[in-house]
Design a protein around this ligand. Structure first.
Ligand SMILES: [Zn+2]
Length: 634
């Protein structure tokens, strides 16, 4: 489907969350590190709604409470203390994190606030032991330049990361690990000025580069997360959370546009067919009898557990539930997502996809009679306990009513394939209130001046410098800039004198290729990489043999480069050894040389290189061979 994004009025804003590489967490002295081992501490909590400082009970919090959810938190001593457990007030704001956020903000020309006020943002999914997330604005109104466009930065904030979900268990228990809770995040929010899917990726990349240029951010998957807000004309503002891969952003935007356009078409057709919101009734039928003999495994299992089948009629909805919004995702899927969230059910069945799943045409016919449905009506049903089933069908009814109106405002979560799913309703505006345990932090002019005086190079400047100073082409310079190795690259050049292009190509393309082949390149330390290039520069190792050394080192813990060279037999042969060998090759190939003269050079070069795989420098072979050959031909 070709989409004219200008015509449909696409507007996208980005929120980038990047973990900072500080020595302690944002509000305590714990190490900002995740652990893989068994937890040393576990504790169980229940969410309980209370009046907020503003005197209201959050309806969403109340709903979660009703579900009776229990949360099992896991911790170890190194990465969490009483602060993360909400047994002790937070300590003052981590100034190391403030300085990094201010640095990034100033690089984006944002104006720092005079005083930092920590705020609480209600979070009720258990990912924060407190029931809120602490956040504070650091600077306002900046900009980043992407191609020729100035993208306004609305604010740069500092936040505490949330606990990470480990799993869900039977009996409504959710497990969270609080090692991640309190790790400082910088949040950068753009104005909704992005008008093309691809532009979302470009803007995120530009902001990511500035954040990395501070040299103080964490690297690797999970350390950066992108949220988007997307809207089109006549559609609705959708918030999409948690896109981890930059390359996925354009697809997420494209899918969201397709989803909204299809929802608008559905709405138009439903209205043209005269479908009314009030015609969709919260009238639920118990239709367990229809499925007494069913071959459908899901329903069978539910009935064996003495659960029931509940159904609701959606008048004149026949065919609309199977309408594909994005690949393999239909209006029926939207309803199922809602039913799962609000009704805690595994899923729903609807007549647009039947007969299937072991449900027969006869059963569908009987079902139609049981709920008095006409030919043009759709029926949605679910097998569960009465409370869950009715909550699920209520959510289905609500979603069906919204389908008549158009696109509902929602917060959605992105999957790794770019498809998004319902996460929760969009929160109201009054979700923030002051954190009374932390005094405001003054940001003095002198402090700003001091930070401004040693701002890191902007990525574009660094790119130009890499190209000029090291004679790198733009592609390689860009790759170095975007890699984890910008600093290492410059160090290696300084101490080894190996050609910058060789080092850059190794750090980007060679390492990437090795990784693709399954080599665990991250097991080779920066110090070892520096040793490798020192050996090359000392003439002890050839450039060609570098990958073999990296593979060997990745497989041999605590060994050094010298040991790799010895073990692999990569000791570079001397020039005199090489000469002797070249002379022998020339004697062996006398006839070839007589026939082809200088034209035999390429073949001989190949023979010699193969014999000394990785143990001799190609340039040296070329030189020696050329000299010897010229002499003989003379
Ligand atoms: Zn702590």
């Amino acid at each position: 489907m070709e989409i004219d994004y200008e015509k449909i009025g696409l507007k996208v804003g980005l929120e980038i969350h990047q973990q900072l590489n500080t020595s302690t967490k944002l509000f305590c002295n714990c190490k900002p590190e995740l652990f893989k081992e068994k937890p040393e501490i576990t504790f169980l909590r229940r969410l309980r709604p209370t009046q907020s400082e503003l005197g209201q009970i959050d309806p969403a919090a109340y709903f979660e409470f009703q579900k009776g959810v229990k949360i099992l938190y896991e911790a170890n001593v190194k990465s969490s203390c009483l602060v993360e457990m909400d047994e002790e007030p937070p300590h003052p704001l981590n100034m190391e994190a403030v300085e990094i956020a201010l640095t990034a903000a100033l690089m984006m020309k944002a104006k720092p606030v005079d005083e930092i006020h920590v705020m609480r943002k209600t979070v009720i999914d258990g990912s924060n032991t407190t029931g809120f997330q602490r956040t504070c604005v650091i600077a306002l109104n900046g900009e980043v330049k992407v191609r020729e466009k100035k993208v306004p930065i609305q604010h740069v904030s500092l936040e505490e990361d949330a606990a990470r979900k480990i799993g869900e268990e039977e009996g409504n228990i959710i497990r969270y690990r609080i090692d991640r809770l309190g790790i400082p995040l910088v949040e950068v929010a753009t104005a909704p000025v992005i008008n093309l899917p691809k532009e979302a990726e470009e803007v995120a990349l530009a902001i990511g580069r500035i954040l990395r240029a501070t040299g103080k951010v964490k690297r690797g998957l999970g350390t950066i997360r992108q949220d988007l807000n997307i809207s089109i004309k006549n559609g609705a503002l959708t918030e999409i959370k948690g896109v981890q891969e930059l390359e996925l952003l354009p697809l997420v935007v494209e899918y969201e546009v397709q989803r909204q356009l299809n929802l608008l078409k559905i709405s138009k057709e439903l209205r043209e067919n005269g479908v009314k919101e009030e015609a969709i009734k919260e009238e639920f039928f118990v239709v367990t009898n229809v499925f007494k003999q069913t071959k459908c495994k899901v329903i069978r299992k539910a009935l064996d557990r003495s659960q029931q089948v509940f159904a609701v009629k959606l008048p004149k909805f026949k065919g609309f539930l199977k309408w594909e919004l994005v690949p393999n995702f239909r209006l029926g899927t939207e309803m199922a997502d809602r039913a799962r969230f609000w009704g805690r059910v595994g899923g729903i069945f609807h007549t647009d996809e039947l007969p299937a799943y072991g449900i027969t045409a006869e059963e569908v016919e009987e079902l139609r009679e049981a709920v008095k449905a006409g030919e043009q009506d759709a029926i949605v049903f679910v097998a569960d306990n009465p409370e869950n089933a009715q909550d699920a069908l209520k959510a289905v009814v609500e979603r069906a009513r919204e389908a008549i109106k158009g696109v509902p405002e929602e917060t959605r979560a992105a999957n790794p394939d770019g498809i998004t799913h319902y996460m929760r309703p969009r929160p109201g505006a009054a979700r923030m209130y002051p954190e009374t345990d932390i005094p405001p932090t003054q940001i003095t002019r002198n402090y700003i001046k001091q930070i401004s005086s040693h701002l890191p190079e902007l990525p574009e400047q660094k790119l130009q410098r890499l190209m000029k100073e090291y004679a790198l082409n733009q592609k390689l310079a860009r790759q170095i800039l975007d890699s984890d190795y910008g600093e290492l690259f410059e160090t290696i050049i300084k101490e080894s004198g190996v050609s910058p292009t060789t080092v850059a190509a190794f750090l980007t393309e060679t390492l990437k290729a090795l990784k693709r082949d399954g080599v665990q390149v991250n097991k080779v330390s920066e110090d070892q990489t520096r040793e490798i290039f020192k050996s090359v520069s000392a003439g002890e190792l050839t450039k060609e043999a570098i990958p073999d050394v990296v593979i060997w080192l990745s497989e041999h813990k605590d060994k050094n480069v010298q040991e790799a060279i010895n073990d692999l037999g990569l000791k570079v042969i001397s020039e005199s050894e090489l000469k002797t060998f070249v002379e022998k090759v020339i004697v062996d190939n006398k006839r070839l040389i007589q026939e082809r003269g200088e034209g035999s050079f390429g073949i001989l070069m190949g023979v010699i290189m193969r014999s000394f795989r990785g143990r001799v420098d190609a340039a040296l072979v070329s030189k020696v061979l050329k000299e010897t050959l010229t002499e003989i031909l003379k």
